[in-house]
Design a protein around this ligand. Structure first.
Ligand code: IPD
Ligand code: CA
Ligand code: CA
Length: 268
């Protein structure tokens, strides 16, 4: 099985899941809160089940890490085999509030490398995808990062955590970025933020996440010419591809400039 076949499978699966998500929102949604803070709806659970059952049927030997059905991060140690990293709905709060900025995110890892990534927004019918070494695409058209090089003209996206017990550093970073860049966006889906960066709608992105939020979009952004990294030290025993804290993504000219802004904010 080639990764091109896997990419096609993932695109079809994202589209099928997207249809289900749209019809679930038309029906009545039930909402609950994981550990009292993190929103989840019946549509998230249904989408996770559909994705897991399709992958298991097509590739019974593959491993499956997903936000709702199998959030077992120790599966990242199986990245040298065949591993899917799934966020069934990224942007659940948007989804539950009737906004259109939500997506299905499917990443496929082989030989410890992100090999395919698909991020599909069913509300706008935008399918972002990439295969390692083969470029990034939106609905069949190649995409690339914006060429903005000046901080003062750059629009930067970020997000905020569900748990609000340590907002100090987050506020300091927002203040620094807002002071030195054109503006900030908080759009509510990290996967789409990173894809929007990949196709030039945004110039920079930073946030702390979970691996399912950014695995697919990371590959799409890198294939579109973005630099991906972190504004804090990645622990030695963690593969940077999967390190979910203090992520920074931008074009290679803006990246070091934003890195400085974020690191200086850290010291204040
Ligand atoms: C969330 C979104 C949001 C980000 C949060 C994520 P979810 O994912 O990506 O943009 O700020 O950190 O948890 O919960 O909607 O899948
Ligand atoms: Ca998510
Ligand atoms: Ca989710």
């Amino acid at each position: 099985m080639t990764t091109t076949n896997i990419l096609e499978f993932a695109k079809q699966l994202a589209r099928e899941t997207g249809k289900q998500i749209l019809s679930d929102r038309q029906a009545s949604l039930t909402t609950s809160f994981k550990e009292g803070v993190e929103m989840v709806t019946n549509a998230d659970i249904n989408a996770d089940r559909l994705i897991m059952s399709r992958i298991k049927a097509a590739y019974p030997e593959h491993h499956f890490l997903s936000e709702e059905g199998a959030p077992d991060l120790s599966l990242l140690t199986r990245a040298d085999e065949s591993l899917w990293i799934v966020d069934p709905i990224d942007g659940t709060v948007n989804f539950a509030h009737g906004h259109s900025q939500s997506a299905v995110s499917l990443a496929y890892v082989e030989n410890s490398q992100l090999s395919c990534g698909v991020v599909y927004n069913p509300f706008t019918d935008e399918m972002f995808y990439a295969e390692k070494g083969a470029g990034a695409y939106l609905n069949g058209e190649p995409i690339e990062v914006a060429r903005e090089t000046e901080l003062r003209k750059a629009v930067i996206a970020t997000g905020f955590p569900y748990i609000k017990s340590n907002l100090g550093p987050i506020i300091r970073r927002v203040e620094s970025v807002l002071t030195q860049c054109a503006d900030i966006r908080r759009l509510g889906s990290a996967a789409l933020d990173i894809c929007w960066l990949a196709m030039g709608r945004l110039d920079g992105y930073y946030e702390s996440l979970s691996v399912w939020d950014f695995a697919a979009a990371q590959l799409i952004a890198k294939e579109a010419g973005a630099q991906y990294g972190h504004f804090s030290q990645v622990p030695k025993d963690i593969d940077p591809q999967f390190y979910d804290q203090d992520i920074l993504i931008a074009n290679p000219v803006l990246y070091p400039k934003l890195l400085k802004v974020l690191q200086e904010a850290e010291r204040h």
